[in-house]
Design a protein around this ligand. Structure first.
Ligand SMILES: [Ca+2]
Length: 489
């Protein structure tokens, strides 16, 4: 069974990568320095929206407008160079000669590979920059993205100089491959049939690909160098899809990287648009598309969304698990989920655990969620009076700095879901001296913080609050939102 699954996966990967790397498949001979530019070099690579015979690389007058997520530009062009083999390297100095008129934009990026199939992410470089890759590599490729309106950026030439290897480069190479990380995030359906993605792909009916909000993980046209596994926690269905576009809200938000390009103050795995939407980060705005109207850190092709993940076409948003497959080995369709961001500090001395952050865990069941409540998010499910039917529970587990007495407050959200709220939910408070159960009328308390009581907790994360769907009434809403521990002086 396992073997068959591995075989099926291998076949899929081969299928996706076989169709691929049209330009990139051309590998040039080994050299110690790579100087490139001019029509012969431009035409040896892949491009769209560019003039490659003009001498320098410039936007074609017939170039299509940039995808919305890349900014408001009338013209967009992309160039992927052929792949070059070089003497082994881990660092490369990037130089290029270019002219970028006001109102236009030029991005030059490089990436490296040890074997020509698994690649690092793309790293943007200013002229003279030295780019360090994770591993020792032999293959090098560069990419240029040109964005403009009436005036075009002009790229004359590119010079790539690998730097000699050091002892620490070789030591770093001996590190073992980790399991690719998985996060729980909000996703949207892409749509946009007929339009061109950032890597030049023309979106088809029921297409299978995703957009991520960073230039760093954009595959070549038709390529499978950057793939994600998406798993739908509502039904357990899982699918693999290549990254062929940039967006939806950002283009420098590689939230899966520890050495994140922008937004370095945000925790690993917590996308900028999520922080903007739920926490008001950056005034609630994203880089490109203005005010964040809904959280979405991956845009999913219609075929992947409906046929593979089993989400209704009409349903344009969902919570998914996303695994970044180029970051390590594939954990399969039942991955371990990385904890959410650490709890926020609200500046009032209390210890909060809200329902999207580390310290909050949900049982594996089908949950409903709403964009309201504390920090604009809460979960709910139906209550039951029958212990045999109880299948949902959540735990709020704070990390407390010192032993002491704490007042525990729960937030009951005021949200509309057309199902009456339970009048008798039972919070279990697990404190130092035992467990107490406190009943709350969520219907009466909607929109309020409710004090459960005062208990002694030890420093650390031994104490917690648990709430299940087992209640005093049946078929009503049970709400799961923020809880705070207020130290008693
Ligand atoms: Ca909340």
């Amino acid at each position: 069974m396992r073997f068959m699954r591995a075989l099926a996966l291998l076949a899929l990967v081969m299928l996706l990568s076989g169709a691929v790397l049209p330009a990139a498949a051309r590998v040039e001979p080994s050299e110690s320095i790579w100087i490139t530019g001019g029509p012969a070099d431009w035409q040896a690579g892949y491009s769209h929206g560019l003039l490659t015979a003009a001498g320098p690389l410039i936007l074609s007058p017939h170039a299509q407008a940039a995808p919305v997520s890349l900014g408001k530009y009338n013209r967009y062009g992309l160039f992927d160079s052929p792949i070059r083999t070089l003497a082994s390297f881990r660092r490369v100095q990037v130089d290029y000669s270019a002219h970028v008129p006001a109102g236009s934009e030029l991005l030059v990026m490089v990436r490296a590979s040890a074997d020509g199939s698994r690649w690092t992410e793309w790293e943007s470089a200013q002229p003279g920059a030295i780019i360090s890759f994770d591993r020792v590599a032999r293959y090098l490729q560069y990419r240029a993205a040109l964005l403009g309106n009436d005036r075009s950026p002009v790229l004359n030439s590119v010079k790539l100089t690998p730097l000699p290897l050091t002892e620490s480069d070789l030591q770093r190479n001996a590190l073992e491959e980790p399991v690719a990380p998985t996060y729980r995030i909000r996703a949207t359906r892409q749509g946009m049939v007929g339009s061109r993605t950032a890597n030049g792909h023309v979106v088809r009916y029921m297409d299978r690909f995703v957009s991520l909000p960073s230039w760093r993980s954009l595959s070549s046209r038709g390529g499978g160098e950057y793939m994600v596994r998406l798993t739908n926690p509502m039904n357990g269905r899982s699918a693999i899809a290549p990254v062929w576009d940039v967006g939806p809200w950002n283009r420098h938000d590689d939230y899966w990287n520890e050495d994140r390009e922008w937004y370095k103050d945000l925790p690993l795995g917590w996308p900028e648009d999520h922080a903007a939407f739920y926490w008001g980060y950056n005034g609630g705005y994203a880089e490109v598309s203005g005010k964040v109207l809904w959280a979405a850190a991956v845009d999913v092709g219609d075929g992947t969304w409906t046929e593979d993940l089993g989400i209704d076409f009409e349903n344009e948003q969902a919570t998914l698990l996303i695994t970044f497959l180029w970051k390590g080995s594939d954990p399969g369709p039942d991955p371990e989920i990385q904890p959410g961001p650490p709890p926020r500090d609200y500046g009032d001395g209390a210890y909060y655990v809200d329902d999207l952050v580390a310290g909050f865990t949900l049982s594996k069941s089908v949950w409903f969620e709403v964009k309201c409540g504390h920090d604009r998010h809460a979960w709910w499910t139906y209550s039951t009076t029958d212990p045999a039917q109880s299948s949902h529970a959540a735990i709020w587990r704070p990390t407390l700095p010192k032993d002491g007495d704490y007042d525990v407050w729960v937030h009951v959200p005021y949200c509309v879901n057309w199902v009456p709220d339970s009048r008798d939910v039972r919070y279990e408070v697990h404190h130092h001296w035992g467990v107490d159960i406190v009943s709350v009328n969520q219907k009466a308390e909607a929109g309020r913080w409710v004090g459960l009581g005062r208990w002694h907790f030890k420093a650390g994360d031994a104490g917690f609050v648990r709430l299940a769907d087992l209640a005093g009434d049946h078929g009503r809403s049970v709400w799961f939102d923020a809880i705070k521990w207020v130290p008693v002086p």
